[in-house]
Design a protein around this ligand. Structure first.
Ligand SMILES: [Zn+2]
Length: 165
């Protein structure tokens, strides 16, 4: 291999590695009609315990994909959604006691707040009924949130629904 080719490969490698492990993200970056990147990476626990929660390039793509899918939930409920948990780095997932296979790890699951009490249950039923596809919808009435999980290939999605008290 000549020197020029080696040099080009070196540059490409550096670009690839820095692209995959960039340590900054633009929290204001619009990732779908209704969501911005900050909503996918914000975590009060990460902030409090100073745990980095930076997705790599591949994870960012998954986040953008699930943001577009989450737009449907936003449309069905007809109100802005408050996200309580979305992407989790390995360290953050460990800190919150999440399963290592959790869809939050890859940015394919989102927890959103539902209304309190019976109104929340009605919102859960509405999403369940109207959403075109999902992997999992898990409603936690006491915590007041709904876990929405997707799969990279929507034809692999299980349409699982659960209510966990
Ligand atoms: Zn969740």
């Amino acid at each position: 291999m000549n020197k020029v080719a080696k040099y080009i490969i070196l540059i490409l490698t550096v670009l690839f590695v820095s692209g995959c492990s960039s340590t900054t993200i633009d929290k204001k970056e619009k990732i779908s009609r209704y969501f911005v990147m900050g909503e996918a990476v914000n975590s009060s626990i990460a902030k409090r315990r100073k745990i980095p929660n930076i997705p790599n390039g591949y994870e960012k793509m998954s986040i953008k994909y699930s943001a577009m899918r989450l737009d449907e939930v936003r449309r069905i409920l007809g109100r802005p959604l408050v996200v309580t948990s979305w992407y989790r780095s390995r360290a953050l997932n460990k800190a919150v006691g999440g399963s290592s296979t959790s869809a939050h790890r890859s940015g394919l699951a989102i927890d959103v707040m539902l209304k309190k009490g019976k109104a929340g249950k009605r919102e859960f039923e509405k999403v369940k009924k109207k959403m075109s596809s999902y992997d999992q919808l898990i409603y936690y009435p006491y915590r007041g949130h709904l876990h929405v999980g997707f799969r990279k290939n929507r034809f692999d999605e299980r349409q699982q629904t659960m209510m966990i008290r």
